[in-house]
Write a protein that binds this ligand. Structure first.
Ligand SMILES: Cc1ncc(COP(=O)(O)O)c(C=O)c1O
Length: 417
């Protein structure tokens, strides 16, 4: 196995590469953040720019078609171009979108979420996931009068300085001065941190299960959330569920419900509006005064179009019981992949929920083999990343699943023959 391109007849990316060269002159890194091609290895196996998208597929600027298992890194959940969500958005923007006053649709959306999510008595809207996680921490600090937040070691909550890993360019020690990182599933570490900083901890923030990049995803151990909440209660610490990534792919009532616990605050973004820009923080009555006391806002935090899109998206997700549907599609896809890998003499490890699993191949070459496999799938029309959890949508049809498995098999044959 080598990292060189294996099948010369597979997709080529002439236009993508020309655009990237142009972009590199005027945009830092050509493409910044999580879309940066640096994680797309081996070099030359991934496109950089999409032209159009529909259902569970997209087409790149070279005209290559993909069955998409990244779903825009999570926001796409009902399919690209979903007519119900798009029409709700368009109907609202024809009336007003970003305007001088808030729109009543904001109240409709808040009411809908409060009715749908048992832990929610109120909702606050913003744009990105990091807005919601920032809001949550600020509210916890306002409510408790304390400084510190406990988070999981490699848990991701956005790209504000306090959330980024230490050592990232531009991040300084002070940004982390009030963040304590503990390992996932480590109740004694949580207890030790709470005892050591007793009276200084405002919040504990965590995703409902552990979904880091470049590592197997991990479920909560038996009794984990129960034990966590006993400790948080004893120390009067606010429990923040970061459901930005898993939200609506596990349980419409909040992924915490699936795992059997009740946080004080839940952060949403990604799939809430099938791709329209909006995030939400919901919380319990006990934190409503603190939420009222903080000042957090943004130029586009009142845009009504994405709120109408979110309302339509959530109603549709509920109507079709999207989490169950997506989970069952994910099971078909990833069980199928495990079987194909086995027939080629390889072990494919799939962790996390079937609606957004993390996948890696066991191989003596380490991650290089899995990167080559995902690259070979991608350049045959099955878009997979090798470093991040994948995402399944309600728009993935049986035909998409069959095409997925056919391409996966073909890529395996190319790599192992
Ligand atoms: C769990 C989690 N929290 C927060 C964020 C930050 O969201 P955003 O990139 O929209 O700021 C992400 C983004 O990937 C995430 O996965």
């Amino acid at each position: 196995m080598t990292n060189e391109l294996i099948n010369a007849t597979a997709y080529s990316y002439t236009k993508s590469e020309a655009l990237f060269a142009r972009a590199s002159k005027v945009i830092p890194n050509g493409i910044y953040g999580h879309f940066n091609p640096v994680t797309q290895k081996p070099a030359g196996t991934y496109p950089h720019y999409s032209e159009r998208a529909s259902g569970a597929r997209f087409w790149d600027v070279d005209g290559n078609e993909y069955v998409d298992y990244m779903c825009a890194y999570g926001p796409m959940i009902l399919g690209y171009g979903n007519s119900i969500v798009d029409e709700a958005f368009q109907k609202q923007v024809a009336l007003a979108d970003t305007c001088t006053l808030a729109s009543p649709v904001m109240i409709d959306l808040a009411e809908y979420m409060v009715n749908m999510i048992p832990a929610a008595d109120w909702a606050y809207f913003a744009k990105n996931g990091a807005d919601a996680t920032n809001l949550a921490v600020l509210i916890a600090r306002a409510a408790t009068g304390r400084k510190k937040t406990i988070a999981i070691g490699d848990g991701y909550h956005g790209s504000s300085p306090w959330m980024l890993a230490k050592g990232r360019a531009g991040v300084i020690e002070d940004d982390h001065a009030n963040v304590i990182r503990i390992p996932w599933n480590d109740v004694p570490a949580l207890e030790a941190a709470l005892d050591e900083h007793s009276g200084n901890i405002a919040a504990f923030i965590s995703s409902p299960y552990h979904h880091p990049a470049f590592a197997d995803n991990e479920m909560p151990a038996d009794g984990f959330w129960d034990n966590v909440h006993k400790l948080l209660k004893r120390h009067d610490v606010v429990s923040i569920c970061d459901d930005v990534r898993a939200g609506f792919r596990i349980d419409m009532r909040g992924s915490n419900e699936y795992f059997g616990y009740t946080p004080d605050l839940i952060c949403y973004c990604k799939a809430i509006a099938n791709g329209y820009p909006i995030s939400a923080l919901v919380g319990s009555d006990s934190l409503k005064d603190a939420a009222s006391a903080i000042f957090q806002t943004g130029s586009f935090w009142f845009s009504a179009g994405p709120m109408a899109a979110a309302l339509a998206c959530l109603k549709e997700l509920n109507r079709i019981d999207a989490p169950a549907l997506i989970m069952s599609t994910g099971k078909k896809v990833f069980d199928g992949m495990v079987d194909i890998a086995k027939t080629h003499g390889h072990e494919l490890i799939v962790t996390g929920m079937p609606s957004m699993p993390y996948m890696r191949t066991v191989h003596e070459d380490g991650i290089a083999f899995h990167q080559a496999l995902c690259g070979e799938c991608t350049r045959r029309g099955l878009f997979l990343t090798s470093h991040h959890n994948l995402f399944v949508s309600a728009a993935h049809t049986d035909e998409d699943v069959q095409r997925t498995l056919d391409i996966f098999e073909d890529a395996f044959k190319a790599l192992t023959s």
